[in-house]
Write a new protein. Structure first.
Length: 148
């Protein structure tokens, strides 16, 4: 095989790899892993006092979660979780025991566009959402996405 033919074969192989479509399905939560620790109660109280005492936020009406500490705690008492392959991630409430999280089944997948960014969002019971972000063009059908 000549050098030109070898180079052409490599280029065609590269093009066929980049032209292939990727398929995504919602991850099985039994295989997800918690990435970071849940915040300590002392940390939550400290950040609540700092965030909610900022008068600039009060004047900008950005203190809805400050009315009650329980509201702020519900919003901030979360940890990042990700799928086994790292493709999907999301914040899950630290109020849910890990065994309960891992037992949940997917309810469906939706597609959200934010400019050039495509988000594939998998929904589960208890308000859990895991998201895959990509710049590829995707379509969702039958709870799975195809992206190219």
């Amino acid at each position: 095989m000549s050098r030109a033919h070898a180079l052409a074969a490599v280029v065609l192989a590269a093009l066929s790899v980049t032209a292939s479509a990727a398929t995504f399905v919602c991850p099985d939560l039994s295989a997800v892993a918690q990435v970071n620790a849940c915040p300590l109660e002392e940390e939550l109280k400290f950040t609540y006092n700092g965030f909610c005492s900022d008068t600039a936020k009060a004047y900008a009406n950005q203190t809805d979660s400050c009315i009650r500490y329980d509201d702020y705690r519900a919003m901030k008492n979360v940890a990042m979780w990700e799928s086994a392959d790292g493709a999907f991630d999301g914040y899950i409430s630290c109020g849910l025991p890990p065994a309960q999280v891992k037992a949940l089944k997917p309810a469906g997948m939706t597609l959200e566009k934010l400019g050039k960014l495509t988000k594939l969002v998998c929904s589960y019971d208890k308000g859990i959402r895991l998201t895959h972000r990509t710049r590829a063009n995707c379509t969702v059908a039958n709870a799975q996405a195809t992206c190219d």
